[in-house]
Design a protein. Structure first.
Length: 153
């Protein structure tokens, strides 16, 4: 027995089966669509660091200038630098947390300095990217950034 619209012996069965197939087909398509969209969704917000210049500046030190993009919700994680960080907020705003100090929000057009070895973290609480131009004067041969544990409050 065929279950299609040409079968006139069981019209109720044909109608219920047809609706059932349409409903299941719709859910399957929605499911596949969700999987495809999930695969194309952006990864978790990651900070993008682009080195613009890196060169020796004095005996045992090097200068590094970077463009750092913090997507909305991104956090740098607690860390230190083997030298000074002098930064300018080009776009958006960032909250900078330095161990032992109250958090401070910096907006586009403002600048900040993080002393050598200071444990700190940066976070974008805004709804758009924050862009920082960071200038480092650091000890040559050491990692520019070293992860650090979150300080006790």
């Amino acid at each position: 027995m065929r279950l299609d619209s040409s079968n006139t012996n069981l019209p109720g069965v044909v109608m219920k089966t047809s609706k059932w197939f349409r409903a299941v087909g719709g859910f399957v398509l929605l499911g596949f669509g969700s999987v495809i969209l999930a695969q194309n969704a952006p990864a978790t917000a990651e900070i993008t660091r682009t080195t613009l210049v890196q060169t020796d500046i004095s005996l045992g030190r090097e200068g590094v200038i970077m463009r750092v993009v913090f997507p909305a919700g991104a956090t740098s994680g607690w860390h230190t630098h083997p030298g000074e960080e002098l930064s300018y907020v080009q776009e958006g705003e960032l909250t900078i947390m330095v161990a032992g100090q109250a958090p401070h929000k910096y907006s586009a057009g403002q600048a900040l300095i993080v002393p050598m070895g200071a444990v700190h973290n940066a976070r974008n609480d805004g709804s758009k990217d924050a862009v920082l131009i960071a200038v480092y004067s650091v000890e040559k041969g050491k990692p520019l950034r070293t992860p650090a544990p979150e300080p006790a409050h």
